[in-house]
Design a protein. Structure first.
Length: 295
């Protein structure tokens, strides 16, 4: 009797858990659709910026613009921006990002560079506090719907320091959104901006340059476009990480819901067998008692 009561409690507990995970899966699916729309909406602007920047870039102009200037030799002072989520229950999403961040930190430090960590996301902040890693800045207030203004707040101080020569490189580690099942951790060099001459900044094949009429001048256009391009790189990293988080959470919650269903089926079969054995034993006891009274 005690065994069947315990099995009923476990079945009820797993059913409650399955209801929670199913609800979280549905919420993540809804948020994922909106996050996917933001990723898709951000791409045309980014491609247009990259295209114009790739067309205007030249080694000669690169020497006149601090954001295009390449470091002499190996980078000695690096800012690494790491993007994680604020919440858990998304499988190995944050663990993969933190592993990538730690690996990149180790690579830079092994190369002799001084690396400062700028952490975005409460999960990353909590992890590096636990491990004792110093963080130059921490941002746990960026939600799963990042805005361009937040991207500007994040990267403008780093741009100013890079232009002043205080930093040699700025990198960001984030989850690139490929599909809900594929969100690989990705490293992106934000500064210095390095679009090769004659090619698109996103690595596309060379194209025939249009016959531009540049007004007021290529230099003034570059001066305006370069900060916009850097802002957009950070904004895309935030948007793609947000979409990747929802995709990972939906996948994790669906797996948890399916596993809970399988566990409930197993527990119910065990309960039915235990209940059947109990009923059989009670019938045998009743028959045995009746036979004893008759004899």
């Amino acid at each position: 009797m005690a065994q069947t009561r315990e099995l009923r409690r476990r079945i009820k507990s797993v059913e409650n858990t399955r209801q929670i995970t199913k609800t979280m899966e549905m919420v993540a699916t809804s948020k994922l659709k909106r996050a996917q729309d933001r990723v898709v909406a951000a791409r045309p602007y980014a491609e247009a910026l990259a295209g114009v920047l790739g067309d205007l870039y030249s080694p000669e102009r690169a020497e006149r613009f601090p954001l295009l200037r390449q470091p002499r030799g190996a980078a000695a002072r690096v800012a690494l921006v790491s993007v994680t989520s604020n919440r858990g229950l998304c499988g190995g999403f944050n663990a993969n990002l933190l592993r990538e961040t730690r690996g990149r930190l180790a690579e830079w430090e092994d190369a002799g560079a001084q690396v400062e960590l700028h952490q975005i996301g409460k999960k990353g902040i909590g992890f590096f506090r636990f491990t004792g890693r110093a963080m130059a800045t921490q941002r746990g207030d960026i939600s799963d719907r990042p805005t361009p203004e937040q991207a500007v707040e994040l990267v403008d101080p780093l741009m100013a320091r890079f232009a002043a020569g205080e930093l040699d490189a700025v990198e960001v580690v984030f989850a690139r959104y490929v599909s809900p099942l594929s969100t690989p951790p990705t490293r992106l060099t934000v500064l210095p901006v390095r679009p090769p001459a004659g090619r698109r900044a996103d690595g596309a094949a060379p194209r025939t340059l249009p016959n531009y009429i540049l007004r007021p001048s290529a230099e003034q256009i570059l001066e305006t476009i370069l900060p916009l391009y850097v802002h957009n790189q950070i904004f895309r990293a935030l948007v793609e990480s947000a979409a990747s988080e929802q995709g990972a959470r939906r996948t994790a919650m669906k797996s948890a819901t399916d596993n809970a269903g399988e566990m409930i089926d197993t527990l119910r079969r065990t309960y039915n067998r235990a209940r059947q054995a109990q009923i059989t034993q009670e019938i045998a006891e009743i028959v045995g008692g009746a036979e004893a009274q008759r004899g």
